[in-house]
Design a protein around this ligand. Structure first.
Ligand SMILES: Nc1nc2c(ncn2[C@@H]2O[C@H](COP(=O)(O)OP(=O)(O)OP(=O)(O)O)[C@@H](O)[C@H]2O)c(=O)[nH]1
Ligand SMILES: [Mg+2]
Ligand SMILES: [Zn+2]
Length: 356
């Protein structure tokens, strides 16, 4: 259990619960109300009980990846979650326009804020991630990845800026391509501690975890040629256990922290482009190669700034992703899809109802 991050804090919390017939387990993945949980015996597909759902008053009352929960094992593969143990730390993002928040992960010791040296390097963005982590009691460490793409001088100057702005934060530099800094990263991580990888899509979060695991367990993705940005390859949150005893949580690339959440927001921000796009021949025009496009000529002529345009495409894509139905997202996540399929087969279409 220690290998899963269990310690005195959770042990005494569990004892206080006096949950008869239950045992502690850690949530290692979550998808649409179904959870993967792990304990010393094995891995289970778990759902919260009706009672737990009934008493939940907000999304934060539901389990998240990283949580310790009290489970009842139903058989070798299925379990029910009866309670969420008090959280030591919490990573969550608040939305601009709603009072709602989204749990990213809980019981995280260190947030690895990952950026790539090429396009993603923005001190304000680092600051927002650090603030997000700090709010939930989580310490931050910065990982500057893809250092193979810069000369040493360029890199040194970037790191100097970072250290000047965030003097108290450790900065690690890595390249999964050249294998720079990976050893240092592995050594930096302590056994039985939990680390959460945060950062924009395409910065190399999953690639770094693959390097730490020493195998290609996680799907990684190409960078969009058009925008130079990632394509949201990782769609779910999942916990992985490293040989050095460290525990890591991979995350989907977040829209820029503090950025607009919806398509409507993105559209207002880029009013000019949207107005021009209304006159494109095809309603789903991507303004790249289509005939009858009313936007592309303005980019060529320079009336619309090219950077502004790529920013628009990127934000639009991210907003589209977040507006995607749960069904579409699930289909995107092949690995978890397979897991759910198997679970469905063993539990029948009505799933948990049969057990309650
Ligand atoms: N040049 C270079 N490319 C890298 C490095 N690390 C990762 N990449 C590439 O960057 C792309 C994106 O990597 P991922 O690991 O999928 O990025 P991610 O942060 O997990 O992205 P999302 O899952 O979409 O949030 C892939 O094509 C990787 O091969 C690096 O150190 N140097
Ligand atoms: Mg990823
Ligand atoms: Zn167009």
């Amino acid at each position: 259990m220690e290998n899963l991050g269990y310690n005195e804090f959770f042990k005494s919390a569990f004892e206080t619960l006096q949950a008869v017939g239950c045992s502690p387990a850690r949530v290692t993945a979550e998808h649409k109300g179904a959870y993967k949980v792990k304990n010393a015996t094995g891995e289970f597909l778990a759902k919260v009980t009706g009672k737990q759902m009934f008493t939940a008053t907000s999304r934060e009352d539901y389990p998240a990846v990283g949580d310790w929960v009290a489970i009842q094992e139903l058989d070798q593969e299925n379990a029910t979650i009866h309670a969420v143990l008090p959280r030591k730390t919490i990573l969550k993002r608040k939305y601009n326009n709603k009072n709602d928040s989204q749990l990213i992960a809980t019981n995280i010791d260190i947030a690895f804020i990952v950026a790539s040296v090429d396009r993603d390097f923005n001190l304000n963005r680092f600051e927002r991630y650090i603030a997000l982590a700090h709010d939930g009691g989580v310490q931050s460490t910065i990982i500057v990845n893809k250092i193979d793409l810069l000369s040493k001088d360029e890199l040194d100057s970037k790191i100097a800026h970072l250290q000047e702005r965030f003097p108290d934060i450790t900065v690690l530099t890595t390249s999964t391509v050249r294998k720079d800094g990976l050893q240092e990263l592995a050594e930096y991580m302590e056994k039985e501690k939990t680390y959460c990888f945060l950062g924009s899509s395409g910065v190399g979060k999953s690639s770094l975890i693959n390097s730490l695991l020493g195998e290609n367990a996680l799907e990684t993705g190409e960078i969009s040629f058009q925008t130079g940005r990632g394509k949201h390859v990782t769609t779910g949150r999942e916990m992985y256990f490293l040989k050095n005893g460290g525990i890591v949580v991979d995350n989907p690339g977040m829209r820029e922290v503090g950025m607009t959440d919806t398509n409507a927001g993105v559209d207002t921000l880029f009013d000019e482009i949207v107005t021009l796009a209304e006159k494109c021949k095809y309603p789903d025009c991507t303004h790249t190669h289509e005939s009858g496009c009313n936007v592309a000529p303005h980019i060529q002529s320079g009336r619309i700034d090219e950077d502004k345009f790529s920013n628009y495409v990127r934000l639009k894509k991210e907003a589209d992703f977040y507006e995607m139905s749960e069904y579409e997202k699930r289909n995107k996540d092949k690995k978890f899809g397979k897991f759910l399929k198997k679970a469905k087969k063993t539990m029948g279409e009505c799933g948990y109802d049969a057990y309650q």
